[in-house]
Design a protein around this ligand. Structure first.
Ligand code: ARG
Length: 462
């Protein structure tokens, strides 16, 4: 056991207590942030004359060598240390001696871990944003290719009105666009540096907090030292945003699973993203989509876990907050993997245009347009609705579709039908006449794609 405290203790810590208390098993993930934070801290200490330039240089060289050796695998992060902060400091002192003992001047592990966690989350806010952007680029490309891939649009999972694949993907484009804007938003609010808050009440050393903030690419220092060490709002916000990303991915996966089923046959998943069954030779299962859908639960779990951990905490730091790490790390890894796999799955998926169009034609998705046609011929909408309802019933009995009926049959139900009805209720017309912005008609969709193109060329979260 190598720990940073012990002066006031007369007994060794019980091993069980030590293990229970330790966080090295998971907070070693923060090694790079911890070292970057320490380099900035000591750089500031030297600028303020709190340590000498020689001490600074030796500390920085020591810190870098620790980082390099861990990366190279020649230095192991072991459970002999309580946490990553103790690991770094103990190794530093071992390597450079006396000067190493000065690194922690004017700092507490409370502001240190607050900084590490903030930098870690900040990095992954950017990474998530970049991964969503990659997914959006794939969706954009699929949209461009499928402006006239007609398919049924659903409400209540019942065929409703025809749309296009481009339009359907566009709905997800909007969702993921909002996810990115949440990332940017979180970044803006969280990007303030807690270092220098000390244990909770700042320090008596003349620290230059503006300077450390600047060295670490923050907008500035946080303004209340108690809040600085006990704020995990940004983690909660991030987990919330990640939960929403997962909810979107999960909905998309659910649709893909349906589309890939034998009942729909709208898409064919690439072999690389499917798996077989050990017993049923005919099976090609959409496991990746199912797993992404399934993993949504654990990300929601992380959010609930941290909200619950934080809810009763008095100011300022409490050890409960160590529990922020494992669920957060797990959620981050989960979402990043899901985004990467999902993007690959969509980009390799094949779309069966003919099956989709046929499905759109079979489900009376043109019934609204047929009613609108009668409105155009002077029938009040409510009456037209009733007439088309009867027509649908007639078609169901005869196992046919509106556009397959003869003009005589149509006129048998309403004498306002004329030859131009066929064009009016054709799949193409039904979609292409929907031209208000946001609608599936390719004219409207092209305008939207133009905006999406500009959007993708725009700046990233930061
Ligand atoms: N491992 C701790 C955490 O993750 C670091 C801070 C420890 N501070 C303390 N006062 N014991 O929260």
């Amino acid at each position: 056991m190598a720990q940073l405290w012990g002066g006031r203790f007369t007994k060794e810590t019980d091993q069980l207590v030590y293990d229970f208390n330790a966080s090295i098993g998971f907070d070693q993930k923060l090694l790079h942030e911890d070292i970057a934070g320490s380099v900035a801290h000591v750089t500031m200490l030297a600028k303020q004359g709190i340590v000498t330039k020689e001490e600074r240089d030796s500390i920085i060289a020591g810190l870098k060598s620790i980082e390099e050796d861990v990366e190279a695998g020649s230095l192991a992060v072991t459970s002999q240390y309580e946490d990553v902060h103790s690991f770094v400091e103990a190794n530093l002192i071992e390597r450079i001696g006396e000067a190493g003992k000065k690194l922690h001047t004017g700092r507490s592990r409370n502001d240190q871990v607050a900084l590490d966690m903030r930098m870690y989350v900040r990095g992954h806010v950017k990474r998530t944003d970049a991964l969503i952007k990659e997914l959006l680029s794939v969706l954009y490309q699929k949209m461009e290719e499928n402006l006239d891939t007609y398919m049924p649009g659903f409400t209540h999972l019942q065929k409703a009105q025809p749309v296009t694949l481009a339009h359907h993907f566009g709905a997800y484009f909007e969702m993921f666009k909002r996810d990115r804007s949440r990332m940017r938003d979180i970044y803006e609010r969280m990007n303030y540096c807690p270092l220098g808050a000390g244990a909770l009440a700042g320090t008596t050393y003349p620290l230059d907090r503006e300077y450390t903030a600047q060295l670490l690419d923050f907008y500035g220092p946080t303004l209340n030292s108690m809040d600085s060490v006990s704020d995990r709002d940004y983690v909660i916000e991030f987990l919330n945003a990640l939960s929403i990303v997962m909810m979107h991915l999960s909905r998309f996966c659910e649709e893909i699973i349906l589309w890939n089923s034998d009942e729909y046959r709208f898409v064919e998943m690439d072999d690389a993203y499917s798996t077989g069954s050990s017993i049923m030779p005919q099976k090609k299962n959409p496991d990746i989509a199912e797993l992404v859908r399934g993993k949504t639960g654990r990300v929601y779990g992380a959010l609930m876990s941290l909200l619950t951990t934080m809810k009763g905490l008095p100011l300022a730091y409490n050890k409960d907050m160590q529990e922020d790490k494992e669920p957060t790390f797990d959620a981050i890894e989960t979402v990043e993997n899901c985004l990467t796999l999902f993007t690959g799955m969509v980009s390799t998926m094949k779309f069966r245009r003919d099956v989709m169009a046929k499905s759109a034609m079979n489900g009376f998705t043109n019934a609204t347009d047929a009613a609108d046609y009668l409105v155009g011929k002077g029938v009040p909408f409510r009456d037209a609705h009733g007439i088309i309802g009867k027509l649908v019933l007639y078609c169901i009995e005869k196992n046919t579709s509106i556009d397959a009926l003869s003009l005589e049959e149509l006129q048998g139900i309403c004498d306002r039908f004329e030859e131009d009805v066929y064009d009016a209720v054709s799949l193409k017309t039904c979609v292409e006449k929907r031209l208000t912005i946001g609608a599936p008609g390719s004219g409207a969709m092209r305008e939207v794609l133009e905006k999406y193109k500009e959007y993708l060329e725009g700046s990233d979260a930061e």
